[in-house]
Design a protein. Structure first.
Lengths: 299, 277
């Protein structure tokens, strides 16, 4: 690692958004196709980016192709605005997109790039959520041949995926998929909704915001257009359920910071080696906390 | 009047680029199905037959005679070079080889059943016996877990697989039990047409007898039409009402099974019957 490395100060050396206009045009064209065919994995020429595959290059290319100088950007990683991945991606985008503002507030952002979470605060029609995807195809766990997977997608044949769920219920009495839950979009294509937890899957259904998913290594873009049905793959008599966060006494665990009992929680160990739980969405947690403090301290 | 379920006409398959001499230089009279001019293999030539609802048709012949190839073409495991197969189902007429790939897969998953000689071709050894049956039901749009469990359990019990083994992987089963799971898997959607390709080969005699009894019972119960491919005359005698005898890709004799076995007309059939009985 070169500790003395600095980003080039002369930003005009880069095209706006790092990618050249032809590359951005190609990505936008793929995005349009992905929106037209909800859930369909649209191939695109994923470019080499100045970071390793797996750091979110798919999502980054989507963001760079879409963002304009008037946009406000929020980047999160596992719900946090201040994790290494989020900080670096945000810094890169801001350096290569002069004029773009960054925010931690979900409601203030027009483009939200996220790794593994959908913000707790409901999104609006004015926002675009970009999710970074490591493995775009949910069928990869049951079929190794991409040609056969394409046929299965085209025919809507997800029986082998359902067999996997069947085997889960037989062995564990429940479906054990905790993230990357296969989700059927608009009644046809089943997508891998990136490694978001089950908690976030219902947020895809009829979402007012456009949700774009980009896999840089696998060179695929797919989309959940606004107000589109998104149903987790289940059996008719085995309903989908989200994480319940119950303790030993069947009480809902609360966030150790803000006390929330209605958010997705991350588990930590404190200095006494005890389990504590905290909101995964750090901006949402902080906002709630500051609201509580304002209410406690009269003006 | 018995309803016709399948009409096969002029079914042919040549492996290789073929030449004008292929048909003239192969066949039973030349004692080969390999063309001496171009090296192509005439696996099937001008195979034709009718099959009626609830009927069991036997296809018998030596290895390489084309009996398994016939079934493979009809089950869409392979594509014929020429020929026509009409499948009559629920008032509809399906020209099998003119269907697109998706329609063929749909028919294969929902209206046909297949039991292979090798259980590795018919079963998924990554999932349990019940999972194998579930897969076929899910392909047929049954998505109710309880219903899938109930139907799988009933059918496995019907095929004499112990209920407590339903959730075990079939790779831990004996060969006979794997075949019974295959039969259960093939029958779970109650297909009107079932293909059985050397189902008893490699099994010991008592297991063979149990499987043949099971096939007969199911055929009578479900009125399923079956095409049974075998080189075992005993299987044909027990199961099939009519039989085709094949050699080097051609049907050399066809008729009632009793007639074929008791009064064979073709010299090859006579030798075959004499060597087996």
């Amino acid at each position: 690692m070169n500790l003395n490395y600095e980003f080039p100060g002369e930003e005009t050396g880069y095209a706006f958004g790092f990618l050249d206009e032809y590359a951005k045009k190609e990505v936008r064209r793929a995005i349009l196709k992905a929106i037209c065919i909800p859930g369909y994995q649209t191939p695109y020429a994923s470019r080499e980016m100045p970071m390793g595959r797996g750091f979110g290059t798919g999502g980054l290319q989507l963001t760079l192709a879409l963002i304009g100088p008037d946009d406000t950007l929020k980047v999160i990683d596992q719900g946090a605005d201040d994790s290494v991945n989020a900080v670096n991606l945000r810094q890169f985008i801001l350096h290569t997109c002069p004029g773009v503002a960054a925010t931690e507030k979900t409601e203030a952002a027009t483009v939200i790039q996220s790794r593994h979470r959908i913000p707790e605060k409901p999104l609006t029609e004015a926002q675009v959520l970009v999710l970074q995807v490591p493995y775009p195809d949910p069928l990869v766990v049951v079929e190794s041949s991409e040609a056969r997977r394409k046929t299965m997608h085209a025919e809507g044949d997800y029986s082998r995926l359902l067999v996997k769920l069947y085997e889960d219920i037989v062995r564990f009495d429940e479906i054990t998929i905790s993230f990357r839950y296969p989700t059927r979009i608009n009644g046809h294509y089943v997508i891998d909704p990136s490694p978001i937890p089950r908690w976030d899957v219902p947020k895809l259904d009829q979402s007012p915001a456009l949700v774009l998913l980009g896999a840089g290594r696998e060179k695929k873009i797919y989309a959940v257009p606004p107000y589109t049905p998104a149903e987790p793959l289940v059996f008719e008599d085995v309903p989908f359920r989200v994480e319940h966060f119950l303790d030993g006494q069947d009480r809902r665990r609360a966030c150790v910071r803000c006390g929330a009992t209605d958010s997705y929680l991350d588990e930590f160990s404190n200095d006494q080696d005890a389990k504590i739980f905290q909101c995964s969405d750090s901006a949402w947690c902080s906002e709630r906390l500051s609201r509580q403090r304002r209410e406690e301290v009269p003006a | 009047m018995t309803q016709k379920i399948l009409e096969v006409r002029g079914l042919s398959r040549i492996y290789g680029h073929g030449c004008p001499m292929c048909l003239a230089s192969t066949g039973p009279e030349h004692d080969t199905n390999v063309c001496g001019h171009c090296g192509s293999i005439v696996a099937l030539h001008d195979v034709g037959f009718d099959l009626f609802r609830g009927e069991i048709l036997g296809i018998i012949g030596e290895s390489g005679s084309g009996k398994s190839s016939t079934v493979k073409m009809l089950y869409f495991d392979d594509t014929p070079s020429a020929g026509q197969a009409i499948f009559h189902d629920e008032g509809q007429r399906h020209d099998l080889f003119r269907k697109n790939a998706a329609q063929q897969r749909s028919l294969r998953n929902k209206r046909f059943g297949m039991v292979y000689q090798n259980p590795h071709l018919g079963l998924n050894f990554q999932v349990s016996a019940g999972g194998n049956i579930a897969e076929r039901l899910l392909m047929s749009d049954v998505a109710h877990y309880g219903e899938i469990r109930r139907r799988s359990r009933d059918l496995l019990a019907r095929t004499e697989v112990l209920p407590e083994r339903m959730d075990q992987n079939p790779k831990t089963f004996s060969g006979g039990m794997q075949q019974r799971v295959q039969i259960a898997k093939a029958l779970v959607t109650r297909p009107p047409l079932l293909f059985l390709d050397e189902v008893t080969t490699g099994l010991d005699l008592s297991v063979q007898a149990a499987i043949l009894d099971l096939i007969l019972e199911i055929q009578q119960e479900l009125d399923t039409a079956m095409i049974v491919v075998t080189h075992d005359l005993g299987v044909i005698r027990l199961l099939a009402g009519r039989t085709l005898v094949m050699k080097h890709g051609r049907v050399i004799e066809a008729g009632l099974t009793d007639q074929i076995l008791e009064d064979p007309q073709h010299a090859y059939t006579q030798r075959l019957v004499a060597s087996n009985l």
